[in-house]
Design a protein around this ligand. Structure first.
Ligand code: ADP
Ligand code: MG
Length: 497
C-alpha cells in the first residue's frame, strides 16, 4: 500500500506530467487499491509532525551538541553546525557618530538604509530607507547582474541625501553590508560565499568574496563607497538590538529563511586560534538552517527537499522557515485531492503548481474565524482555483495548523538549544539573570499562530521559573541599523568614541 501511495503522490506532484496521463494513472491505481481518506492522511500527518516535550528536548539537546561540535578545532567543515566566526568582537556601544549606510540582501527584498548617528546622547538622529523586491530572473542569473542591480539601487538611493545627513569631510561613505547567505567570513569586511540558499541559484558567486563582488559593481556604477562590515541579518539584528539593550545575547531570523547567532566566549571557539578579541567575545553565526538531527519529518518534507535546488541541505530551514511552510501544506492537500477527492472528483490543476500557496496565504486562512470559513474558501479559490465545501476548508485549516505548529515549536526548541549551550559553558550567563533573544523576520512578525507555538515551546522546555529570565523580543528591522552600527564601530577612520 505504501508503495502505491508514494507512486500516486509523486505522479500527482509533478506539474510536468500532462493532466490526462495523470488522471489515467490515478484511476488505474485507484481501481485496485483502497484509497486513503483525507482524515487518515491528516491523522498520519499529525502523528508524524507531533512535537511532544521529549522530542523538543531531544532537538534542543542535539542543537547544543551540534553547536559545540561545530566550534571544534581544525579547518574546513567538520561535524556539527557550520558555526561561522563573524569577526564581530565588539558590539556597538552607543557612542557611534556620523553618517553610515546599510545594504541588506535578504531573500525576498533588498533594502538600503542610511542613518545619522549622534553618539551617547543623541543616538539615532535620522534614518531613511528604501526597499526593492528582487526580480525573479536575477535569482538565477549571473553574479555581475545581481550585484549591478544592488549597486545601482544603492547609487540611486545615495544620490538623494537630504540636509539631515552629512558625511564628515575627507571621508568616504561607509556601508554595513548585510548578506544573508552562508558566508565563510575571513575578516570583518570580507567573506567567501559558501552556497546560495532560499531558492537563489546565481552563477559565479560561490567561492568568491562577496564584498569584492559588491566593490566591483560599485566601481562599474562610479560609486565611491566603502564596505566596513560584512554581516548577515542575524548578526545585524543582534547588533541593532544590543544598541538599545545590553542583555541581548541571541538573535534569530525567521523570514524567508532562518538563522541564529549569539555572543560566544573566545575560549569556547577552539577553531579560531589566531584572532585576538579585546572583549574576549565574538558573535558566532550558527547557520542553524543546516541542522537536521532528530527532526520529525514526513514524506511531504522529503519530496519537497528532493525537488528543491539544494536537496539534502538546510533541512531545519525547510521545516521552520517562511519560504517552505505553505509549500508543505500544498503538498499535503494535493495528496488528499489525489487519494480521495478532497475538492471534488478532479484535482484542481493550479494546486499542482509548486509554491502556489505561499506562507502569507496559509497565514491569512488561519486568521479566518467565521462560521463558514468564507475567507479560507475565497483564498483557496483565488490562489489555487480550488472550490471547497466547509468540511474541506476545516481540513485545510487543520493541515495548516499542523505544519505551523511543528515549525514554531521546533524553532522554539532551537532557541532553547542555544541558551542551553551558552549556559553549559558558563553557568549564570543566561539563567538567573535577564537574557534577551531578539527575533526578526516576516514570518515571526506576521504569523500570530507561529509566534504563539514558538513561545509555548520555549516556555515548556525551560519551565516557568527559568523562562521568566528569558525575554523574547521582536526587533523589527534591527538588522539594517545594526549593520550600519557595525560599519560605524569598524570604521577605518579614527573615531572619537
Ligand atoms: P527576507 O527573509 O527576505 O529578509 P522577510 O524577513 O521580510 O524577508 O520575510 C519574508 C518572509 O516572511 C516571506 O517569504 C514569508 O514567508 C513570510 N511572510 C511575509 N508576510 C507574511 C504574512 N503575512 N504571514 C506569514 N508569513 C509572512
Ligand atoms: Mg531579512
Amino acid at each position: 500500500m505504501s508503495v502505491t501511495v508514494a507512486a500516486l503522490t509523486s505522479t500527482a506532484m509533478g506539474s510536468f506530467l500532462s493532466r490526462s496521463r495523470r488522471r489515467k494513472l490515478t484511476m488505474t491505481l485507484r481501481s485496485d487499491t483502497v484509497s486513503v481518506t483525507p482524515t487518515e492522511i491528516l491523522t498520519k500527518l499529525k502523528r508524524d509532525c507531533a512535537t511532544p516535550l521529549p522530542l523538543l528536548q531531544q532537538v534542543a539537546n542535539a542543537m547544543s551538541a551540534d553547536m559545540r561540535a561545530g566550534l571544534g578545532p581544525g579547518p574546513g567543515p567538520g561535524p556539527g553546525l557550520p558555526m561561522i566566526p563573524t569577526y564581530v568582537d565588539n558590539l556597538p556601544t552607543g557612542n557611534e557618530k556620523g553618517l553610515f549606510y546599510a545594504l541588506d540582501l535578504g531573500g525576498t527584498n533588498f533594502r538600503v538604509l542610511r542613518v545619522q548617528l549622534g553618539g551617547k546622547d543623541e543616538r539615532v538622529i535620522a534614518t531613511e530607507f528604501d526597499q526593492v523586491s528582487i526580480p525573479q530572473h536575477l535569482m538565477f542569473g549571473a553574479s555581475e547582474e545581481l550585484f549591478d542591480f544592488i549597486a545601482s539601487g544603492l547609487a540611486k538611493f545615495a544620490s538623494n541625501e537630504d540636509g539631515r545627513f552629512h558625511v564628515s569631510p575627507g571621508r568616504k561613505r561607509e556601508i554595513g553590508f548585510t548578506f544573508s547567505f552562508p558566508v565563510k567570513q575571513t575578516s570583518i569586511d570580507s567573506g567567501i560565499l559558501v552556497k546560495w540558499t532560499k531558492g537563489f541559484a546565481v552563477s559565479g558567486t560561490v567561492g568568491r568574496d562577496v564584498v569584492a563582488c559588491l566593490n566591483e559593481a560599485m566601481e562599474r556604477q562610479g560609486l565611491d563607497m566603502r564596505v566596513s562590515a560584512l554581516v548577515n541579518d542575524a548578526v545585524g539584528t543582534l547588533a541593532g538590538a544590543e544598541y538599545w539593550d545590553n542583555d541581548v545575547m541571541v538573535a534569530v531570523i525567521l523570514g524567508t529563511g532562518t538563522n541564529a547567532c549569539y555572543v560566544e566566549q573566545m575560549s569556547a571557539i577552539p577553531k579560531l586560534t589566531e584572532h585576538v578579541s579585546s572583549s574576549g567575545k565574538m558573535i558566532i553565526s550558527t547557520e542553524w538552517g543546516a541542522f537536521s538531527n532528530g527532526l520529525p519529518l514526513t514524506e511531504f518534507d522529503r519530496e519537497m527537499d528532493a525537488a528543491s535546488i539544494n536537496p539534502g541541505e538546510q533541512i531545519f530551514e525547510k521545516t521552520i522557515a517562511g519560504m517552505y511552510l505553505g509549500e508543505i501544506v500544498r503538498r499535503v492537500l494535493i495528496k488528499m485531492a489525489e487519494e480521495d477527492a478532497l475538492f471534488g472528483k478532479s484535482v484542481p490543476p493550479n494546486l499542482s503548481t509548486p509554491f502556489i500557496l505561499g506562507t502569507p496565504v496559509i497565514c491569512a486562512m488561519q486568521q479566518d474565524y467565521s462560521g463558514d470559513l468564507h475567507r479560507v474558501g475565497s483564498l483557496l479559490y483565488d490562489k489555487a482555483g480550488v472550490e471547497s465545501k466547509l468540511s474541506e476548508r476545516k481540513t485545510v485549516l487543520e493541515v495548516c495548523d499542523t505544519i505551523v505548529k511543528r515549525g514554531g515549536s521546533l524553532a522554539g526548541a532551537g532557541i532553547v538549544g542555544i541558551l542551553q549551550k551558552m549556559e553549559e559553558d558558563s553557568k549564570g550567563v543566561i539563567l538567573g539573570r535577564r537574557s534577551v533573544v531578539a527575533i526578526d523576520g516576516g514570518l515571526y512578525e506576521n504569523y500570530p499562530q507561529y509566534r504563539a507555538y514558538l513561545l509555548d515551546s520555549v516556555k515548556e522546555l525551560l519551565g516557568t521559573e527559568k523562562s521568566n529570565d528569558v525575554v523574547i523580543e521582536h526587533t523589527k528591522d534591527g538588522s539594517g541599523i545594526g549593520a550600519a552600527l557595525l560599519a560605524a564601530s569598524n570604521s577605518i577612520y579614527n573615531q572619537d568614541f
